[in-house]
Design a protein around this ligand. Structure first.
Ligand code: IVH
Length: 680
């Protein structure tokens, strides 16, 4: 933090022109879609180079130069006149430059600073003026060009820290910064993904876009921190002698200030203390819940502020001490795909090593394939790396302006990189769908096992399963039956839910073998084959004893699949043993010929329409279970082989076809009667 600010060296007019063009493009992008071709540090160096050149060659200075303009002259301007101009801050980059600022301040006030220095974070968001009349928040205005700003009143109600009513009928304009906390940023992007919108590349971008958006079908929350107040309608509501006093009054009105934050406003008597605080804030920065890009140092006393006065675009009584960038550009070298314990397949960026916030960054998270797709990132791209508040560094959208044409597409995996199994791409995060290989697709396997047609543990949703796997409590389906009430309560965050889950697990223990077998997720088997296998063998022991040849005898089981199925059953041996120990049922009630003598023996049955009467509430799986337990064969479509069509409510084309083929058609009552005792 003691390095001098870098300055781009512009040797001639052509270099100056090019620098101004680059800076204007960067400013435009900053206020536009955020894909700036320059990182913050490079921009500052360029801006300083431009200013130095203009001092030396005032005759070359362009009218559109960003020098000395609020927002470089490119901020969106609105039509609401500011009560008092909303200004920029001048920057310092080192202890040395801070000393120079103090010396110039002392010159201007004709003596040393007596009222102390207010030190507060330079919040990295968007400036906002919040107008309260008679205690009501009536208007929000953006900074614009400093004299006029955009009306952003539509955002009232979505900004944390900016109450719509004050406890007193104050008329006052409170100024501060709107930003997205890290949590708000993540939440915002979740909401965006849900609505098919492009993700925000960083919190600052998200804030700017959110403040301007009027007709979104969803609300994105932001946060306000006040750093000043001015009179409104010539009412001097807040009176005080110092910045600190006024900020305390703002806080007392219920508007959020930085006061409560670890890096919030403090007042110091000496510049050494200020420097120490700047360094302390620099160290705390990475852990903060929001982004800051510097530390603002202000003369605390209003009398001294008045004496110091203003330059065209910034006050002489304040300066922004810029912290080293926490956002740096580097190259995306490669993308790795890692499979976590839960089977989630996560992309990780390998970067050309770069120093960010004092440590070397080599990798960054790429979140998920949707992020890669939405950001349009390619291998070889220049990307922004940022660490603010994050343990794992992130990278933002690529800097498209710096593409060379040599970039290549990021190849998304076709199969699970760990086990070669299928990938479940239905969610935003991809998962290994194969629960068979080394626990790779564990989450998918567990979700399947507790599903309605398997063990039917209704309350055990994905979130709880993930928590249980993450905690190490569950490594396979059998572990579910050994969970303690405490473990369930922790995962479900409720003792009540834990009790209900325990009850459901007790019921799951008693499920028929076909469901328990199905819950194992054996390759090439599903609900139908699981029922056939369970009925054919009757017990889990008999299933385990069967070789491929014996399995091939099972009705509907394709002989070619039998070896794979047999191998997988053998591999699941330890899990099955654990299930037995946990007291899970391993027999099929209607097995071993019970069905062969059943009322549907030899019948091929198709069910269509909604079930009423005694069969009400039976879904297709349950109907098929009934049919097969009664000795029949269930089928999904009517053909010449079909011997019975069970036609429920609103039966349609299948009924017509059955009638055409002369197939026997039964309504639910007739069918229930035919099933007789098999119905129970
Ligand atoms: S005081 C006249 N205090 O920085 C002084 N500004 O570059 C005006 N900012 O437009 C601003 N944190 O949006 C002040 N603690 C802070 C700030 C802060 C962030 C922003 C503000 C301003 C810009 C100036």
């Amino acid at each position: 933090m003691t390095t001098a600010a870098p300055v781009a060296s512009l040797t001639d007019r052509a270099a100056y022109d090019e620098a101004v063009d680059t800076a204007l493009a960067a400013i435009g992008a900053y206020y536009g879609d955020g894909e700036s071709p320059l990182d913050d540090a490079s921009f500052d160096a360029l801006a300083r180079g431009i200013a130095v050149y203009e001092q030396e060659h005032p005759e070359h200075a362009r009218a559109d130069t960003p020098t000395g303009k609020v927002g470089g002259g490119a901020a969106p301007v609105g039509d609401v006149a500011h009560t008092v101009p909303m200004l920029s801050l001048d920057n310092v980059f080192s202890a040395e430059e801070l000393l120079k600022w103090q010396a110039s301040l002392a010159r201007r006030i004709d003596g040393s600073v007596e009222g102390g220095y207010a030190v507060e974070p330079k919040l990295d968001g968007a400036a906002l003026a919040a107008r309260y009349r008679d205690g009501r928040l009536v208007q929000l205005v953006g900074r614009g060009d400093g004299t006029h700003g955009e009306d952003l009143s539509h955002a009232i109600g979505s900004i944390v820290g900016l109450p719509e009513r004050l406890p007193v009928d104050a008329t006052v304009e409170i100024r501060g910064e709107v930003l997205m906390t890290r949590t708000q940023f993540e939440r915002a992007n979740e909401i965006r993904v849900d609505h098919g919108a492009k993700v925000f590349s960083n919190p600052r971008n998200g804030t700017a876009g959110t403040l301007r958006a009027k007709d979104r079908p969803y609300v994105i929350e932001t946060t306000f921190f006040a750093y000043g107040a001015v009179a409104l309608d010539e009412v001097e509501f807040l009176r005080g002698r110092t910045h600190e006093e006024v900020m305390e009054q703002v806080r007392a009105l219920g508007v959020q200030t930085t006061a409560a934050a670890e890096v919030g406003l403090r007042v110091y008597g000496t510049l050494e203390e200020v420097q120490a605080r700047v360094e302390e804030i620099g160290r705390l920065r990475a852990e903060l819940p929001f982004g800051i890009d510097g530390v603002v140092v202000k003369a605390n006393s209003f009398a001294e502020q008045d004496a110091a006065g203003f330059a065209t675009r910034h006050p002489h009584w304040a300066t922004a001490y810029k912290l080293p960038p926490s956002e740096v550009q580097t190259k995306l070298v490669a993308v790795e795909w890692n499979v976590g314990r839960t089977g989630i397949i996560a992309p990780r960026a390998e970067l050309a090593p770069v120093e960010v916030d004092g440590s070397v960054v080599r990798y960054a998270t790429l979140h998920n394939p949707a992020f890669i797709r939405d950001s349009g990132m390619m291998i070889g791209d220049t990307v922004m790396v940022f660490k603010a508040g994050d343990i794992i560094p992130r990278i933002e959208a690529p800097v498209v302006a710096l593409r060379t044409g040599g970039e290549t597409a990021i190849v998304l995996p076709e199969v699970c990189p760990k086990c070669g199994g299928d990938i479940d791409k239905s969610g935003e995060r991809w998962e290994c769908a194969d629960g068979t290989g080394g626990g790779c697709g564990l989450l998918a396997a567990l979700r399947y096992a507790v599903g309605r047609d398997q063990l039917d543990v209704d309350g055990l949703g994905s979130t709880y399963i993930e928590a249980l796997v993450e905690s190490g409590a569950v490594g396979d389906v059998a572990d579910l039956f050994n969970l303690t009430r405490e473990q369930l309560a922790e995962a479900a965050r409720s003792e009540k839910r834990a009790d209900s889950l325990l009850e459901q697990l007790t019921q799951a223990r008693a499920k028929p073998l076909n469901r328990v077998f199905c819950a194992l997720g054996i390759v090439r088997t599903g609900r139908t084959l699981s029922r056939q296998i369970a009925r054919h063998f009757g017990t889990m022991d008999a299933i385990r004893a069967a070789d491929a040849e014996a399995l091939a005898q099972v009705n509907k089981l394709p002989g070619a699949n039998a070896p794979k199925i047999a191998a997988h059953i053998a591999a699941m041996g330890p899990v099955i043993d654990k299930l037995v120990t946990a007291g899970v049922n391993m027999t099929e009630p209607d097995a071993q010929g019970g069905g062969a003598n059943g009322p549907l023996a030899g019948e091929v049955v198709v069910v269509t329409g909604g079930m009423l009467g005694l069969l009400a509430g039976h879904n297709r799986t349950q109907m098929n279970e009934l049919i097969e337990n009664a000795g029949g064969t269930s089928s999904g479509s009517v053909s010449k082989k079909t011997t019975i069509l069970v036609a429920g409510e609103s039966a349609g084309s299948k009924l017509a076809k059955a009638q055409q083929l002369g197939t026997r058609v039964l309504n639910e009552e007739e069918f229930a009667e035919l099933l007789g005792e098999h119905l129970s």
